[in-house]
Ligand binder design. Structure first.
Ligand SMILES: [Fe+2]
Ligand SMILES: [Fe+2]
Length: 673
């Protein structure tokens, strides 16, 4: 690619050109695929709306429970949190949850838990077992309601039935059941993707199109309930950030979240969905409680003067109202408890860790108002809130700072500042505990942004993750790292450490950078490009190196599955973000924003999928016979794009393939005698 690194990848013994996955395009007959999905029909009354609404649309005033959502507590064998919502802006009169190991009937009313009156979201407070939370959107003024019951003391591997009621004089109810996680060494299945968004108008509760609406979001949820191999739905799902892109609909974020909640409820009423925070969970609003207002033209003062801050703590108000996640026990420097921002839970022989990479990446967030036109008026919402031109969200170091450590070119918690990065401290403590725990064989991290991606239209690889967390993933031998953010699929070879001295090149300089200059991208070092074999399936030994999977094809409109190649040597090339992407300009001239600043040769890229942007992953955990023998069999199933995705309504059908495009075994003993 560049003078500074030509030949670098040639020196890597055994380097092979990454594999192009054979996608599903060209598979013609529906009958050949099986697993055909029939959509739920909806009445077509007024035809398709033409695009995202520019006014605030009213939400229902009914109270019947909807958006059922299960999540794990810290011990999934014994703790499950049941959450649901009122449809709109009216609280439920007297919400209750009934739970039993037998179906809830008149004869078996179950154990009844009554919820308290709603209180506004306040993350400085601890939650009782049952909590009702209200959240007022800062940009459109709508208040919506969320109900949570943290069930504890459950039996492992047991099915529980539940029913929620609004407690109205003629009550409305909704019911489902779930299974607790098994205890001890056990087999189980989980699934994952990120970047889901909402379906389009005729499959949305609201009947509206939002930004990023796409019917692939519908099929992504359908697929989790009926995976292509016919071997049944997973125990739980990992949702790797960019849940619904509500921050792009500044007049209707609560409505977008409602459509998201009802789409995923087709699965999350039956099994836990465990999210990670992505850049689209950060929303503009009017809340100063975090002390971290966004980055505006003219600085914080200008944005504050315009009345625009965050939508709840760090902009995550909707997320933190909707999800009551395992408690990490960490209180931020500003007094906010960080419950749900990052967390861990263990099932069988696997430890799962959800991280918020917004805290350590160089790139900015996804609430932006950056217009390259002179004297552009502020974006003004229906409540009169104003977002000035040149405003972007930037939450790097919101849990404290990091400082450079020359020893391994890493970024480590900055204790000297008095405010070290709390998430990174928690991460190391959690990883160390997991590796000391003899019952834990494998560690799976899931987060939103990518340490490695060769997508060209996507965001690229973020040096911040490589500097702050890859040294920890190496030290504690994390087995798999799942992400989203790029709306595509990519798999790396096992990597460990970094190629010291291998430099990238500045291609799109930010202020202070020189185009063509060499830049240190801390490029992850490939351990091997040749898989082992395990029971006839290609297998990677993750004790040798961590495998990174980009799984961002949940369903959002806007695929990014075009991948970089260095035209000089035909080898993979990645964009790398090594500095904050600057917003440059002024009110008088308009503003523009830079993307990734640099490029590097990317020998770590093992597989890409230029054919299908969408898909879901199925992971089957087998604990083996003895400690250390756990394997995870991974299958990636593509979901072909809906038939007329380019149309204004993205209103189409697709079929769900029954064969995976990739299948591998990951384990720490595979390939060893
Ligand atoms: Fe996304
Ligand atoms: Fe993203």
């Amino acid at each position: 690619m560049s003078e500074s690194s030509t030949g670098g990848s040639d020196r890597k013994a055994g380097f092979t050109r990454r594999r192009f996955i054979i996608g599903t395009a060209g598979v013609s007959a529906v009958a050949a695929l099986g697993g055909t999905v029939v959509r739920a029909p909806r009445a077509v009354a007024n035809g398709a709306p033409s695009g995202p609404p520019t006014t605030t649309l009213p939400l229902p005033t009914t109270t019947g429970p909807e958006q059922l959502l299960l999540t794990w507590g810290g011990d999934p064998a014994r703790e499950v949190t049941v959450s649901w919502s009122a449809p709109g802006t009216v609280p439920q009169p007297a919400p209750t949850l009934a739970v039993s190991t037998e179906p809830i009937t008149a004869a078996n009313p179950g154990r009844l838990i009554k919820l308290p009156d709603p209180k506004p979201l306040d993350v400085t407070q601890r939650y009782e077992q049952a909590a009702s939370v209200s959240f007022t959107d800062g940009l459109n003024g709508q208040t919506t309601y969320f109900y949570h019951v943290q069930l504890a003391g459950l039996e492992p591997g047991t099915r529980y039935y539940y029913q929620v009621s609004d407690g109205a004089s003629t009550p409305s109810t909704a019911a489902s059941s779930f299974e607790t996680a098994p205890s001890g060494r056990a087999r189980f299945r989980f699934s994952s993707y990120g970047d889901l968004a909402t379906p389009s108008w005729d499959l949305n509760t609201s009947g509206n199109i939002w930004h990023e609406s796409c019917d692939n979001s519908w099929y992504a949820v359908t697929a989790i309930e009926n995976p292509g191999d016919g071997k049944g739905a997973p125990l739980f799902h990992l949702l790797n950030g960019d849940l619904c892109y509500a921050n792009l609909d500044v007049n209707n974020a609560p409505g977008v979240w409602r459509d998201f909640g009802n789409n995923v409820a087709r699965s999350s009423a039956h099994r836990p969905w465990m999210p990670a925070l992505g850049n689209h969970e950060c929303e503009f609003g009017v809340d100063t409680m975090s002390g971290h207002p966004g980055s505006a033209a003219g600085g914080v003062a200008a944005q504050g003067a315009a009345g625009n801050y965050w939508n709840g703590p760090y902009g995550f108000g909707h997320y933190l109202s909707r999800f009551l996640l395992p408690d990490n026990g960490v209180t931020n420097w500003d007094g906010n408890r960080l419950r749900g921002n990052f967390y861990a839970f263990g099932i069988g022989t696997v430890k799962f860790i959800s991280l918020d990479a917004d805290d350590i990446i160089y790139q900015d967030g996804a609430a932006n108002y950056v217009i390259d036109t002179a004297n552009t008026a502020p974006e003004t919402t229906t409540t009169g809130a104003k977002i000035p031109n040149g405003t972007t969200t930037y939450t790097r170091f919101y849990t404290g700072g990091l400082t450079h450590d020359a020893k391994d070119d890493s970024l480590v918690p900055d204790y000297a500042s008095g405010r070290p990065n709390l998430q990174t401290i928690w991460l190391e403590r959690t990883l160390a505990q997991a590796r000391r725990d003899r019952s834990v064989d494998m560690i799976v991290v899931f987060m939103h942004q990518c340490a490695m991606s060769t997508s060209v239209p996507g965001n690229g690889s973020d040096l911040g993750i490589r500097q702050a967390w890859l040294p920890l993933f190496d030290k504690y031998e994390v087995d798999l790292v799942l992400s989203g953010h790029e709306h595509d699929y990519e798999r790396t070879y096992p990597v460990r450490g970094y190629d010291a001295g291998e430099l990238g090149t500045v291609a799109a300089p930010n202020p202070g950078q020189v185009k063509g200059a060499a830049v240190d991208t801390r490029r992850p070092a490939v351990v091997t490009t040749e898989p082992h074999e395990f029971n006839g399936t290609p297998a990677w030994n993750t004790s040798e190196g961590t495998v990174y999977l980009v799984l961002g094809g949940g369903g959002t409109n806007g695929p990014t599955n075009t991948y970089g190649t260095d035209t000089a040597d035909d080898k993979p090339q990645a964009k790398v973000i090594t500095t904050r992407n600057a917003v440059v300009g002024s009110e008088a001239t308009g503003f523009s924003k830079n993307g990734a600043d640099s490029v590097e040769d990317a020998p770590w890229s093992a597989a890409i999928n230029p054919t299908d942007a969408y898909g879901y992953s199925i992971f089957d955990v087998d604990p083996g016979q003895r400690p250390g023998e756990t394997t995870i069999t991974f299958q990636y199933f593509a979901i072909p794009a809906v038939t007329n995705e380019a149309g204004s309504a993205h209103d189409g059908t697709t079929t769900l393939p029954t064969r995976p495009t990739e299948k591998f075994v990951f384990g720490r003993r595979v390939g060893r005698p």
